[in-house]
Ligand binder design. Sequence first.
Ligand code: AP5
Ligand code: NA
Length: 343
Amino acid sequence: EMSPLPENTLIGMCNPLLDIQTTVEKAFLDKWGLKENDAILCDDKHNDMFSELTRDFKVEYIPGGAAQNSLRVAQWILNAPNRTVFFGAVGKDTYGDMLASKAKDAGVNVQYQVNDTVKTGTCAALINGTHRSLCAHLAAANTFTHDHLQKEENQKIIEQAKYFYVTGFFITVCPPAILQLASHSAEFNKTFTLNLSAPFISQFFFDKLSEIVPFVDVLFGNEDEAAAFAKANGWETTCVKEIAVKAAALPKKTTKPRLVVFTQGPDPVIVVEGDKVTEYPVTRLPKEEIVDTNGAGDAFVGGFLSQFIQGKGVEASVACGSYAAQEIIKKHGCTVPTTCKYH
Ligand code: AP5
Ligand code: NA
């Protein structure tokens, strides 16, 4: 018999990936057809790139995967284990074990679907100056199946949870699983949150995304993702505030007003609640304190949700999001200092 989950548990679902991080020249990105600041899925032609990286470069292996990053950060702030549960698929290998142990160390309750035959997914995180190019090789993560959520143990977790966080990235993997959590959330008046994740999701998976949006109570994204979402909707604007207002007003399954939270790097965070627009300024980090921004957006979401699931208001949630993002910017990848000084 499983003990009841702590109150207001947050479930996250996404691709658990091991980041292979290194610094590269622009020429390396050109060679592999990568943009300086982008997030894409790799194709077969990138297999040799991964070999070249691990052979010729000094690489760091860092736990990654967007939602898993956010949950680790949320746990770090909450400082009480098992407030978050993670669903995603890994392989039966050392990378998968590494991801599980890092997540557990952080206090995340990982409920992986383990694939015996496909390797754990990786993500090349290629740092070039202040930019980063992400090239994800989903592998086992791509084999997640909807029936994992039907397992009795997982059904119990879903029934007890109050908050859900799914990334747009997961739309390329298993929309039925997303819709299952989303409709459960709507049915029981819980809170379902989604990240736009990357421009390519709006560009190439817009039909699936549009099926999920009506269930979304909180929508996260950055300015590039907002622009791609606007374009896919046929909205002729690049104004982030205007896009946020329109996104908040899209049809919704439940009566709760939709919250839209768009970050813009060092520029103010735009929040729309119903039809009310608020800008929250960001305290700029001095250049010498910036190590890399890899994971800043994920950390922002982790910090935000750590407060939001405790019923704290939007202002407190944004403040904690910004705090968490800044801590992550001061370190390599999406890693946190050992102690959390946030109160
Ligand atoms: P990545 O996209 O790098 O992380 P991110 O968290 O989204 O970081 P970004 O740098 O893109 O930030 P953002 O633009 O979202 O946020 P913003 O700059 O607005 O993703 C990393 C992870 O993605 C990897 O671990 C990888 O594994 C995973 N991944 C890749 N592909 C995947 C896939 N297919 N499936 C699953 N996972 C995948 O900043 C946010 C906030 O930070 C701001 O609001 C502000 O508070 C703060 N901030 C930013 N810049 C500054 C500054 N200069 N000074 C002060 N504060 C700042
Ligand atoms: Na992001």
